[in-house]
Design a protein around this ligand. Structure first.
Ligand code: NAD
Length: 347
């Protein structure tokens, strides 16, 4: 597919390449949709094999942000930036160059954190542009998004339990959490507090130690996908639900925080054929976006509003599961359809 065709098919509004001669910073910003508000999305700093890979990543990620925001009912659109690593050695100068790129879009793109970025980088961006969110609590921002993402996952698990014909309660359940990082650990803590028993895994030792100290049982990171549990929660990396893993899943529900859990669209259908309830990742993990985008509210950030909206993930998923059943669709297909309808209406 040609470069321009790859942007036109999912309907990107604008894709910009930036090069800053002083620092050597190279970045691509993709604005997928501003139909419902400014395109909010993280800056990902990553070493790409080539420019095509960077472009493909930013196009895919920006489109997904539009759908996540629309399903969450937020008045923002979808966008994303990728910076081709290595990032300029002078971090401040590099962030200022990136901020000038963001500023040049006049608010159509609002930058926030993704891989390779931190809260202090957002502060550097804010020295040049106000179109960057994810500020620290001390700076009047929304702080760490992980607890809100975890709250949303728990709310979404309740909806998934209901869709599976179960009580929306965790007491006595057995849950598997793959990936015990910021969100995974917070999910584990909430499940344990609600009376569930938890098996957890990670590819790194430290997160396993923290998960164990919290009260979960550590198991092998591959074998966890075959654990007989009530809920499997992928909270590490994407692509874990695929043609190889789905046949041996031993759970009635998959509901976790990781982005892009389905390796391909066909995997949503594979889960449905096995009778497994799957909570679409971009719906259940919207808590972080709900939190960070609240900084854009004209009245300023409100933790009460964020908590209210994050709790709403449960009713959003109740609706998606009910519509999916009524239309004979997978929940992922229903969520996409709803998002696209909302974006089209916004236009
Ligand atoms: P994190 O970096 O804090 O933790 C990720 C954890 O996953 C790490 O402990 C890492 O060792 C582990 N991991 C990496 N590869 C793994 C693998 N193959 N198998 C098992 N574990 C693996 O990241 P996080 O903020 O906790 O995010 C976790 C997931 O949730 C990511 O997919 C992220 O994109 C998604 N997500 C996070 C947020 C948020 O608010 N932080 C919001 C939405 C989605």
């Amino acid at each position: 597919m040609s470069v321009f065709a790859s942007m036109a098919a999912p309907g990107h509004e604008q894709v910009c390449h930036y090069f800053d001669a002083d620092t050597g910073l190279r970045a691509i910003v993709a604005v997928h949709s501003t139909a419902r508000g400014p395109g909010v999305g993280g800056v990902r700093i990553r070493a790409y094999d080539d420019d095509e890979a960077a472009l493909a990543d930013v196009l895919r990620l920006s489109e997904a942000m539009s759908y996540k925001a629309a399903c969450a009912g937020l008045h923002c659109g979808g966008a994303k930036a990728v910076v081709m690593a290595p990032f300029p050695a002078d971090r401040t100068a590099g962030m200022h160059a990136l901020a000038r790129a963001v500023e040049s879009l006049g608010g159509r793109y609002v930058a926030t954190e993704d891989m390779g970025m931190s809260e202090s980088d957002i502060a550097l961006l804010n020295e040049v542009t106000r179109h960057a969110v994810g500020r620290s609590l001390a700076a009047g921002g929304s702080g760490d998004p992980s607890p809100y993402t975890a709250d949303g996952v728990i709310a979404g698990m309740r909806a998934a339990l209901r869709a599976a014909g179960r009580e929306p309660a965790f007491d006595g359940l057995r849950v598997a959490v793959q990936g015990a990082g910021s969100v995974g650990l917070a999910v584990i803590e909430r499940l344990l507090a609600a009376g569930a028993s938890v098996v957890a895994s990670d590819i790194a030792a430290e997160p396993c130690e923290r998960a164990s100290a919290a009260g979960s049982t550590i198991v092998d990171n591959e074998a966890i996908l075959r654990e007989p549990v009530d809920i499997l929660a992928p909270c590490g990396v994407g692509g874990v639900l695929n043609v190889d893993t789905i046949p041996s899943l031993a759970c009635p529900i998959v509901a976790g925080a990781a982005n892009n859990q389905l390796a391909t669209d066909a995997d949503g259908r594979r889960l449905a054929e096995r009778g497994i309830v799957y909570a679409p990742d971009f719906v259940i993990n919207a808590g972080g976006l709900i939190n960070v985008s609240d900084e854009l509210d004209p009245d300023g950030y409100s933790v009460e509003r964020v908590r209210f909206r994050v709790a709403g993930i449960e009713s959003t998923l109740n609706t998606i599961f009910a519509e999916a059943a009524a239309h004979g669709e997978t929940p992922a297909a229903t969520a996409l359809r709803i998002a696209r309808e909302r974006i089209a209406a916004g236009r």
